[in-house]
Design a protein around this ligand. Structure first.
Ligand code: ADP
Ligand code: MG
Length: 709
C-alpha cells in the first residue's frame, strides 16, 4: 500500500514536553497494558479525565491527537510490503503460545491472498482468549519480513465477527492519561465533535477578513481528517486548522488581560503626588548620583504614582543595575504622600537584606520601617502587625508573610515586589486590599522577551534600566574542569590576600533543600580543612532566619572570607567586596540561575571573577549553556540564548509568570500575529462584548478571577 497507515501529527503540534503537563502515562491502544493501569485508578473514566482538566466538551475538543491511524482501508495480505504500516482483515487459522525460546503468542491470519503471522511477546490472558481460530479480525501494524514470511509484532487487533463498516476518516490516537483509555477518549471526543453545540464566536465577516477557518471545521479536521488526500496535502489543510486555534487562543489571552486592566482602571488607586521633601532628602543622602537610566525610570514611576490609575509597572534591569534605590524612592514617595508602602521579597535572606539596606537609608530620615517574615519571635510579629494596622509602620519589608490574612494595612499606597517572577499572580493580587488598590511595582532582573511583554504582559508597563552604574568592570568568567580544584583554592587565597572575599556555591541538589543543606554542611567542613588559614562561613536554606542573618552579616562585615552557600545567595544579595564566585558542578544549574549567581560579584569597582567548575563529560546542552555564560555578561543576551536552548514553552511557563500556559499558540512562532490579535481584541471589546466574554471563558475559564482586580 502507498503511504503509511500511521501519521504523526506534524506542523504546529504542541511540543511533547508541554503535553506531559496534562498527560501522564502513555498512549494506549485497546488491549495493551492500559487495562492493568485502569483497574488500579479509582473513579469513573469521566472523573479520571476531570483530574487532567478534561471536563467541558471544549476541553475534550482541545485534547488533540498525537497522530492518526489509517483504518479506512484493508490491504490484501499478499500485497503487504515490509517496512510499511497496513491493515488487513482475515480469519484466524491457528493460535498458540510458543514456549520455545521466549514465551510468545503466535496467531496465523489468512485472507484470500495469503497468510500473515501476528506475534505478541507480552500479552494478557484476555487477549489470548479473544484470538481463537475461526474468529475474523482486523489487524493493524507495521509489517516485517520474518523467518516464516511476513509478520506483525504487537499489532492492534479488533474482532470483526459480524462485520463492521470501515471508518470514513483517519482514527485519532490521543494522549491518554492514567486510567482513561484510548477507547473511552475516542468515544467521548467524538461525542463532543458531534454534539453540534460548538459555536464559532468569531463573527463571520471578521473571520473572513482574517482568512481563518471556521472553528468547528478546524477541530474536525484535526481530530478526524479524511483518509483520501496524500500526507502533504493533509498537512497543508491541517496547518490552516492550527492557525485558527492559535489565533483563538492568543485572542482569548489578549481579551482576558484587557478585561483585567479595565477592571483595575475602574477601581482606582490613591494618588501619591508627595510633597517631595522625603525623596529629596533620600537622594541627598546617597553617596552617588542616580544614573540617567535610574532618573528616567524614577520619572516614569513617580508620574504613575501621582495618578489614580493603579500603577502596574515592571522595573527591569540586569543584576547590579541599581533597582533597589529606585524602589526606595518609590516607597519614600508613598510615605511622603501619607500612605504606607510594602516591600515583598521571595526569600527571607533577601527580605532581610532589603530591610537592612532600606532601613539604613530611610530610618535616618525619620521613617518607621517594620519587618515581617514567616519565622521569628511571635511577640515581635504581633507588635509588627499592630503597627501595620495602625499605620505607625510606614514601610513594611518582608516575605510572603506580608500577604497573609492577618496582615491588615491601615492605608497601603504602594506594593513593591522584588524578583516578581517568583510570585504567582494570586500572591501579587493578595497585596491589593481595601476599596482602593495599591500601586504595584515589580522588580526583576530577568529580562522579558519582546513577544512575551507584548502579549502576556500587555497589561504591564515596563521601565528598563539599561546601563549599569559607572565604574563597574565586566566580570571575568572562567570554565574549569572539576578535577582542577587546586587552581580554585589558589584563586581564593589570592583574592582573600588582597582583602577581598569569595562565594563558593554548592552543587545543586534536585529541588531538595534538606539534602542540599547537608551537602553544604559537608562542603564547609572540607573547605575549612583545605583552607585552614581562612574564615569560612556557611549559608543554606535550612538554617533559621537568625542564623542566616548572622551568616550574611558576618560576610558583609568581612568577619568571614569565604561564604559556602547554596543557591539561597542567588537573588539580590549585595556584598560589593566579594569579588570571586565559585560555582561547583555548574553544569547542573540553569542559565538564569548561573547569571544571577555570577551577578553576586562585580558589584564594586574591583575586577571580579566567576569560576564555573564543571564535570566531564559534558552533555551537548550543558556545554552550550556554559558557553553562553562564558561569552556574555549581558542578561538580555543570556535570556535570549536561554529561550533558544530551552524552547519557549519552558521559558514562558506558568511557573515563571504565574499565568496560564498557552496550549496551542507559541509566542515566538506566532508573535508576528500579536498586532492583529490586539486589534481584533479592541474591536470585539468595543462592538461585541458578548463574543469577547465567551472567547475568554472558553480558553481561560475563570480568567477574570485569575487575572484579578
Ligand atoms: P539590583 O538592580 O541588582 O537590585 P542594587 O540596587 O542592589 O542592584 O545595586 C547594586 C549596587 O550598585 C549597590 O551596591 C548600589 O548601592 C550600587 N548603586 C546603585 N545605583 C548606583 C549609582 N547610581 N551609582 C553608583 N552605584 C550605584
Ligand atoms: Mg536587587
Amino acid at each position: 500500500m502507498e503511504g503509511s497507515a500511521i501519521r504523526s501529527r506534524t506542523p504546529g503540534g504542541r511540543p511533547a514536553k508541554q503535553k506531559a503537563v496534562h498527560v501522564a502515562g502513555q498512549v494506549a491502544d485497546n488491549g495493551t497494558a492500559a487495562g492493568a493501569a485502569r483497574a488500579a485508578t479509582p473513579g469513573t473514566p469521566a472523573e479520571r479525565a476531570a483530574r487532567i482538566g478534561l471536563v467541558r466538551d471544549w476541553d475534550f475538543l482541545l485534547h488533540l491527537p498525537l497522530r492518526h491511524v489509517d483504518e479506512t482501508r484493508i490491504t490484501a495480505i499478499a500485497s503487504l510490503a515490509p517496512g510499511t504500516n497496513g491493515q488487513v482483515e482475515g480469519d484466524i487459522v491457528d493460535a498458540h503460545v510458543s514456549v520455545r525460546g521466549r514465551r510468545q503468542l503466535l496467531v496465523r491470519l489468512r485472507d484470500a491472498s495469503g497468510d500473515l503471522l501476528l506475534r505478541w511477546v507480552n500479552f494478557y490472558a484476555s487477549q489470548q482468549a479473544q484470538l481463537v481460530p475461526g474468529r475474523r479480525v482486523r489487524a493493524l501494524g507495521q509489517v516485517r519480513g520474518g523467518l516464516l514470511g511476513v509478520e506483525m509484532v504487537h499489532p492492534q487487533v479488533r474482532v470483526v465477527d459480524g462485520g463492521a463498516p470501515l471508518p470514513a476518516h483517519l482514527t485519532p490516537v490521543y494522549p491518554a492519561a492514567e486510567g482513561v483509555s484510548q477507547h473511552w477518549l475516542r468515544r467521548r471526543i467524538a461525542r463532543a465533535l458531534d454534539a453540534g453545540t460548538l459555536n464559532d464566536h468569531l463573527p463571520e465577516p471578521l473571520r473572513r477578513s482574517l482568512d481563518l477557518m471556521e472553528l468547528g471545521a478546524a477541530l474536525a479536521l484535526l481530530h478526524r481528517p479524511p483518509a483520501g488526500p496524500a500526507a502533504a496535502a493533509l498537512d497543508v489543510a491541517q496547518e490552516a486548522a492550527w492557525r485558527r486555534l492559535r489565533f483563538d487562543e492568543l485572542l482569548a489571552q489578549q481579551l482576558a488581560l484587557r478585561q483585567a486592566r479595565a477592571r483595575r482602571r475602574r477601581d482606582g488607586a490613591p494618588a501619591l503626588p508627595g510633597h517631595g521633601r522625603l525623596t529629596a532628602a533620600l537622594l541627598q543622602s546617597l553617596p552617588f548620583v542616580l544614573t540617567p537610566d535610574q532618573q528616567k525610570v524614577w520619572g516614569e514611576i513617580s508620574t504613575d504614582l501621582a495618578g489614580t490609575a493603579p500603577m502596574n509597572r515592571l522595573l527591569q534591569g540586569d543584576v547590579g543595575s541599581g533597582k533597589t534605590i529606585v524602589a526606595a524612592l518609590a516607597a519614600a514617595r508613598a510615605i511622603e504622600s501619607g500612605f504606607q508602602a510594602a516591600l515583598m521579597a521571595p526569600t527571607g535572606i533577601l527580605a532581610d537584606q532589603h530591610f537592612q539596606r532600606i532601613a539604613a537609608l530611610l530610618e535616618p530620615l525619620g521613617v518607621t520601617v517594620a519587618w515581617l517574615a514567616g519565622r521569628g519571635r511571635e511577640a515581635v510579629r504581633r507588635a509588627a502587625l499592630v503597627d501595620i494596622a495602625a499605620g505607625a509602620a510606614q514601610l513594611v519589608v518582608g516575605t510572603h508573610a506580608l500577604i497573609q490574612d492577618s496582615v491588615q494595612f491601615a492605608r497601603l499606597g504602594l506594593a513593591i515586589v522584588d524578583e516578581q517572577h517568583r510570585f504567582g499572580v494570586q500572591q501579587r493580587l493578595a497585596l491589593r486590599q481595601g476599596p482602593l488598590l495599591p500601586h504595584l511595582l515589580m522588580l526583576s532582573a530577568t529580562p522579558i522577551p519582546r513577544s512575551l511583554a507584548m502579549s502576556y504582559l500587555s497589561d504591564l508597563d515596563v521601565s528598563v534600566i539599561q546601563t549599569l552604574p559607572p565604574g563597574r568592570q565586566a566580570i571575568r568568567t572562567k570554565l574549569i574542569a572539576g578535577g582542577r580544584r587546586d587552581e580554585v583554592l589558589a584563586a581564593i587565597r589570592q583574592e582573600v590576600a588582597q582583602g577581598r572575599q569569595a562565594y563558593w556555591v554548592c552543587p545543586l541538589v534536585e529541588e531538595n533543600d534538606e539534602i542540599e543543606a547537608m551537602a553544604a554542611v559537608r562542603m564547609v567542613a572540607d573547605t575549612r580543612a583545605l583552607l585552614p588559614e581562612l574564615r569560612v562561613g556557611l549559608l543554606h536554606g535550612q538554617m533559621s532566619a537568625a542564623e542566616k542573618r548572622e551568616a550574611m552579616d558576618d560576610f558583609a562585615a568581612r568577619r568571614t572570607d569565604v561564604l559556602v552557600a547554596t543557591t539561597v545567595v542567588e537573588v539580590g544579595i549585595d556584598v560589593p567586596n566579594a569579588s570571586l564566585m565559585v560555582i561547583e558542578h555548574a553544569q547542573r544549574f540553569g542559565l538564569a540561575t548561573l547569571h544571577q549567581l555570577r551577578g553576586r560579584v562585580g558589584r564594586g569597582a574591583v575586577q571580579s571573577t566567576c569560576v564555573l567548575l564543571f564535570d566531564e563529560p559534558l552533555s551537548e546542552q550543558a556545554r552550550a549553556r556554559l558557553r553562553v555564560l562564558y561569552e556574555s555578561n549581558d542578561g538580555f543576551e543570556i535570556a535570549r540564548c536561554d529561550l533558544r536552548l530551552r524552547g519557549p514553552g519552558e521559558f514562558l511557563g506558568a511557573r515563571q509568570w504565574g499565568l496560564p500556559m498557552l496550549r496551542v499558540a507559541d509566542l515566538e512562532r506566532d508573535g508576528h500575529w500579536l498586532e492583529t490579535v490586539r486589534e481584533t481584541a479592541d474591536h470585539l471589546l468595543a462592538h461585541d462584548p458578548a463574543t469577547a466574554a465567551a472567547t475568554t471563558e472558553r480558553w481561560f475559564p475563570g480568567a477574570a478571577q485569575y487575572l484579578g482586580a
